[in-house]
Each structure stands twice: as structure tokens, then as C-alpha cells.
Ligand binder design. Sequence first.
Ligand code: SF4
Length: 370
Amino acid sequence: MNDVQFDYTRQDASGASCTAHAWAKVPAPLTTAQRDALKQRAAELLRQQQAVLVAHYYVDGDLQDLALATGGCVSDSLEMARFGRDHAAGTLVVAGVRFMGESAKILSPAKRVLMPDLDATCSLDLGCPADEFNRFCDAHPDRTVVVYANTSAAVKARADWMVTSSCALSIVQHLHDQGRKILWAPDKHLGSYVQRQTGADMLMWNGACIVHDEFKGLELELLRREHPQAKVLVHPESPREVVDQADVVGSTAQMLRAVIEMDAPEFIVATDNGMFHRMRQSAPGKRLIEAPTAGNSATCKSCAHCPWMAMNGLQGVVDCLEKGLGEIQVDEPIRSQALGCIDRMLDFVAARPATTGRPAQGLVPHIGAA
Ligand code: SF4
């Protein structure tokens, strides 16, 4: 693998301040009565406006339940994109982070795409500004540009391929088999995992997810000793020393499937803890343990929860539908330029359904795209 040749050093500073801003906007806890009233009002509005709620596994459990109860979906970013594109609703309410709303709009320009809070972003997106990314690409014109879904529309507009964690391995393997050299952005841990699995020549951007970057290898080792029967599930945005201890490396949907299908009483899970809501509902008899984000020696303990995902709440869904707030716009020609790399990925996956490990495929432990 090539060494990291581009170091985006502003990410820490901007990420920290934006994180504080995000936590300040996380909705306050609701009483049962408030929650029930908001859910009922949101369901009414969705029905009246022929809208559908498309939620990520990391958002608040009430939003996930509302999405499922009203004919929407709860899924990973790949399935969110496909669901929004294929659903007949004229309005998509995307509960997640901004790049997910942008992807929905890029794929469905005629639909109205709303989000509970347009400030909900992602450290990977923040850490990969389009102007600097374009300069990076300009410096390496011989490389095929592959970007992770967690990027802005403007960055996708420059890419040849978009990938999600469900299909990154299969797509890079495909490109490597064709003899292509790859420029990869922005997640260095996912990129490094894909590079190790495929042997592809990958030049990496230096970005990271502030949630997964916090999982700790040494503390995970100690936790595994306390739970020898537990299977370890790791999202590939995590550092290598964590990924190396996994029984299954995969996207959120693949981790959920592993909890349901694997014959084990306990699972140690290294991903955002919003994921536990669907896992508990789908595999009620199994014990789920959060992977450690810091040990006793750490000066602070991170919480394995994304502040931007946490900004999504029931009140935000009601407000965006009642007041028309939070509408996503992606201007031309960026939209049609960005569409190319997303369509390429969706066509690739549609032609090879096994690549994302959908239910027809047997589970292959320790393979990200299983
Ligand atoms: S969990 Fe990480 S990758 Fe996902 S939106 Fe939050 S910062 Fe981005």
C-alpha cells in the first residue's frame, strides 16, 4: 500500500468544534406522552403528504420504529439510497446525516427530500472538502477515483465510483482485477482494510469517523477474555487493531444479519450504539456488549454514538413536514455529475446481489462484503 500522501490536518480542529455544536442541538429526552403524541402527528403528516421516512440504523430508536410502522425503511446507506430511489412517494424524509439526504436527492431529483436537521453532518464529509480533494485528484490523473458514500455531492461529482461499506470490497476487487490503480477517499481505516483484503494499489486520503476511530484494540482484547463465548462484530471504519480481532467485519446491515444468524449467545459490537436498537428487536435472546472506546488510562471516555446522527428526533420530522423545513437541494451540474458514480455502484450491486451479503447469501465470517 502507498503511504498516506495527503494529510488533511484541519479535520481535528473543525471536527471538535462541530461536534460541540452538534451535541448542543441533540433533542432533549421526551416523556412517554410527548413521544406518543409526536409519533402520532408524524405518522399523520407522512400519510397526508404521501411521504416516506428513510432512517439509518444509528438514529434514535423512536425514529426507527416510526419508519417501520409507516412503511418506510431502516437500513444502511446503500439500502437507504435504493429504497428512496425506488419508492413511489413524492417526499422522502431522510433521518440520518446530510450526505444521505444529498444522495437521495441526486438519485431522485423530482422528489422533495427533507431532513430533520440540515446541520447533521459527518466527520468524513467535513474532512474532505471538494476543492482540496480536486487538487489531490488533479495530482494523480492515472488513478481511478473511488469515494465512500460519506462525502459531499461535490466530491462525488469528481469520483468515478462511489462505494458503501457493504460493497467497497467487491468494487475495489473488481477494479484491481482490471489492473486499475485507485485513489481512495476519505476513510483511511476502511481504505486500509479494503487494501489488505484485495492487495489493490490504493492512494489514501487521511480521514476518519470520529465514532469508529475511538474503538480501542487493547481494551477489546481484555473484554474478549472476560467473554470467551462472544463473537466480535466490527465495522471497517474502526482501526486495524480492532478489525484484526473481528469474527465478522461488515456494514451495519451485515452486522445485524450476523447477530441474527450466528449461533452465539453474546456479541461484542464495534459500531455506533444506535445500532443496538434494531439488533435487540431482531435477536431478543442475544446479549449485546458495546466494544470499548477507552480504557481506564484514558483521559476521557467517548460514547460510541455519533452526535450528528443524534440530532435527528421526532420533533424534527414533524417540523420538516409541517413547516417545509430542511429541504435538501443539490444544484446542477453537480447533481448530474455526482449521479454517475452512484449509478455505477448501484448497477454493479444489482448485477451481483451476493456482493452485499443480502439474505440469499451465506454468511462468510471476516469478509466485509459477505
Ligand atoms: S458515525 Fe461516523 S461515519 Fe457515520 S455519520 Fe457519524 S461521523 Fe460520519
